[in-house]
Write a protein of this length. Structure first.
Length: 457
């Protein structure tokens, strides 16, 4: 008999270490997989976990489905049931048993449908039917809404109830169809094509209530997916419950979890619209007030500018300038007289200091000469100042509207707003006008407007 030298072994495993290593090896080597078989030895203890064996004619394997997973099922397992399950391979270390940890379970018939569903989903996805680039936007406020569903099901009642509550103004067009059975898929395709051919609605709701995968299978048919993809009208899918997904959901422009949710997505709530309109109205009021304030400021600035350019203001400025010139002339005249008087006094003093008669005569002669020069200078200065004053007065008179009135012209203003009329098109027959003459004013009424220039008689 051969013996083994334990001292030569690299490592000695305990039973728990071995079981743990085997478990890690199994879990790392096998991904989650689908397994089909028959239920036996089913047990459901108070913990809520399920334990059973999955067998076929040649072998069996222990299975565990924990509470978190099995509570999502809509049925309870029983021995003899043929099922399809998705599980991970593992090892229960406590007993060293090979087992499957079940994540999802369904009856075997539904499993085959699930495989067909996944295959069709992959094929249509690769063909581009699910691409976001092909999705059409839903209208913001549809006037007509098409509904493709059974006319007697709960889905149409839910949809009508939601649309009436949220947006009762929209018209509902029902395209009745079968939603279950072998004839349902061709019926749905025909309804989609009919809605597109008539082109009488803005958007389509494709809806059905909840059910099993088999009940919803008509919405997983390829002909239905192709019809949705080829539709020129936007389609929102509301099939089944929130956890249900069909091929129609992936192809449709928008997917809603339920028929009621589809109705809520397709129309806005009337309360939200009224609130939005109120916000727009308030914004419009603020913009009008800001515009009016801006125009008012411009009007005030224009009025001030016109006041600065008014002829009366110009006349006042010229009159003030003339007064300043007159004051300056008077000051200059007074200054010249005072200077000449001072000079005369100095000469008189000098004359008194010179006693010879010759000096007296010579000085008197010079005095007379200077006196004449002074007189001529004063007369010339006064003449120049008078001429300058006369020129200013003539310019002022030429700028005055009164001199224009003296020449036979008149100033015409509208009686309503005192606006000076410069063009014939500023008045209409029947308007009251006021005619300012050189002396007096005339109140007149416009009888007619004659074509022609201002010089025509």
């Amino acid at each position: 008999m051969q013996t083994i030298d334990i001292s030569q072994s690299s490592e000695i495993y305990s039973v728990s270490q071995l079981a743990r290593e085997v478990r890690f090896l199994l879990e790392d080597s096998f991904p989650a997989m689908w397994v089909e078989g028959e239920i036996s030895n089913f047990a459901a203890p108070n913990s809520g976990h399920w334990y059973f064996s999955l067998k076929d004619s040649l072998a069996q394997v222990r299975c565990a489905m924990f509470k978190q997973q099995n509570r999502r099922l809509g049925f309870v397992l029983k021995d003899g049931m043929h099922v399809l399950l998705k599980a991970r391979v593992s090892l229960y270390e406590g007993r060293g048993d090979f087992q499957l940890l079940v994540e999802h379970l369904e009856e075997a018939g539904e499993g085959r449908l699930r495989q067909e569903f996944e295959a069709l989903k992959k094929r249509l996805s690769e063909a581009g039917l699910f691409d976001a680039a092909h999705k059409k936007a839903l209208p913001t406020m549809p006037k007509k809404i098409g509904v493709i569903t059974s006319p007697t099901g709960a889905a149409i009642r839910d949809i009508l109830s939601v649309l009436k509550r949220r947006f009762s103004f929209a018209e509902i067009i029902l395209y009745p169809t079968l939603v279950q059975g072998n004839a349902a898929a061709p019926n749905i395709v025909s309804a989609i094509q009919t809605a597109n051919r008539r082109n009488e609605c803005d958007v389509i709701i494709l809806a059905r209530g909840g059910g099993s995968l088999e009940d919803l299978w008509s919405f997983n048919e390829e002909i239905v997916a192709r019809a949705i993809f080829q539709s020129q009208l936007p389609i929102i899918s509301g099939v089944g419950h929130e956890i249900d997904f069909t091929i129609a959901d992936f192809v449709a422009d928008v997917r809603a979890p339920t028929p009621s949710a589809a109705a809520e997505l397709v129309v806005p709530a009337i309360e939200e619209l009224l609130e939005s309109l109120q916000e727009d109205q308030n914004l419009f009021k603020r913009l009008i007030q800001q515009t009016l304030q801006h125009l008012k400021q411009n009007l005030v600035w224009t009025q001030k500018h016109l006041q600065q350019q008014h002829p009366k203001r110009k006349l006042t400025e010229q009159a003030q300038r003339l007064d300043l010139c007159e004051i300056s002339l008077m000051r200059l005249q007074t200054k010249l007289i005072a200077a000449n008087q001072a000079k005369l006094h100095r000469l008189e003093a000098i004359l008194k200091g010179l006693t010879p008669n010759h000096k007296i005569r010579e000085t008197r002669h010079h005095l007379n000469h200077f006196y004449k020069i002074l007189q001529n200078s004063m007369l010339q200065t006064l003449q120049n100042e008078k001429q300058f004053f006369g020129n200013l007065a003539a310019k002022l008179d030429a700028l005055s509207p009164l001199s224009t009135l003296k020449r036979g012209y008149a100033i015409v203003t509208r009686d309503t707003d005192q606006h000076v009329v410069q063009h014939a098109n500023e008045v209409t027959p029947g308007d009251k006008i006021l005619v300012q003459l050189n002396e007096g004013k005339l109140g007149c009424t416009v009888d007619s407007i004659l074509k022609g220039s201002s010089l025509d008689c």
